[in-house]
Write a new protein. Structure first.
Length: 298
């Protein structure tokens, strides 16, 4: 089956710079994706976008180019609940990748066991309405009951305005909860204002983690420095140093909405601005993701 990417799709940067910032040994890209290739791993009929192909070989080449050691591959919405492309990447990684899956409520125990053996350690619930159609809470609780015996965690993707609406559900989740991209704060509002304060209140629950990633999605000031996002990420890292993760978000889906494609090497160079000490960098890039995804090696 062949697919044609959306006409306004922005392909990933073809030749990112080698970062000036030298990552600590064992650094993990804790949020990235694989897309297809569509003729091998078809895109989902219910998808809301058709991306460029971005397979595991390109992902692993980027990992090595940037000086990273491991990846956490998050199931992309363009593949729906068909996790085959993500699982194929995990199996090809020689143990250097873990995964976060998207599953339906009727997923079987055998299917979950197969995913666990491949390296999946969590499920993702997406509440961003322009990307997916969120389900009733009961749908997610059925999944939670099935993954609990495996010790998996839950990744949630939402926008800042959704936090109040979903507060009761989010705070009821019994597992570790990892928030994608700091809950997409509105960076035109004060970092010490009530909206981001609500997110920090959520982070005060000791089972809640956050990815301090994707400045290119959140920024209004734009590249190269994404200066308006830095204070938000720096505050989360400073307050919750043992519950933060960082990732590239390669190959950067849906950036047609913001109009530019970041240089992944330049994104790495932002890390010292959000985690300014070697101790914070070690936690963000190595110790925290290892404890969550490779506890046997941590």
């Amino acid at each position: 089956m062949s697919f044609t990417m959306d006409a306004d799709w922005l392909p990933f940067h073809p030749s990112p710079k080698r970062p000036d910032f030298v990552l600590p040994a064992g650094a993990v890209d804790a949020h990235c994706h694989v897309f297809g290739p569509g003729d091998v791993f078809p895109y989902a009929p219910e998808r809301k976008y058709t991306p460029c192909d971005a397979g595991k070989e390109r992902l692993f080449a980027l990992r090595d180019h940037l000086g990273l050691a491991r990846n956490v591959v998050v199931q992309a919405t363009c593949h729906g609940a068909d996790n085959r492309a993500m699982l194929d990447a995990l199996r090809a990684s020689n143990g250097q990748a873990r995964g976060v899956a998207t599953v339906r409520a009727d997923v079987s125990g055998d299917e979950l066991a197969e995913m666990h053996a491949a390296g999946v350690r969590g499920v993702r619930f997406n509440f961003v309405k322009r990307l997916v159609d969120p389900k009733p809470d009961a749908h997610y609780h059925r999944i939670i009951e099935k993954i609990a015996p495996l010790g998996w965690h839950i990744v949630i993707y939402f926008e800042a305005a959704d936090l109040e609406e979903r507060w009761a559900f989010f705070t009821s989740l019994p597992t570790i909860v990892v928030v994608d991209h700091m809950g997409r704060p509105d960076v035109t509002k004060p970092v010490d204002g009530p909206e981001f304060g609500r997110f920090l209140e959520f982070m005060a629950h000791d089972n809640v983690w956050s990815k301090v990633s994707c400045p290119e999605r959140l920024s209004r000031s734009g590249p190269p420095g994404y200066d308006d996002v830095i204070p938000f990420a720096r505050m989360v890292v400073a307050r919750f140093p043992d519950r933060v993760l960082w990732g590239t978000d390669w190959p950067h889906p849906n950036l047609n909405m913001v109009g530019h494609m970041p240089d992944d090497g330049a994104l790495v160079d932002l890390i010292p601005r959000i985690a300014p000490t070697p101790e914070l960098q070690q936690g963000l890039l190595v110790d925290n993701p290892m404890r969550l995804y490779w506890p046997e090696d941590a």
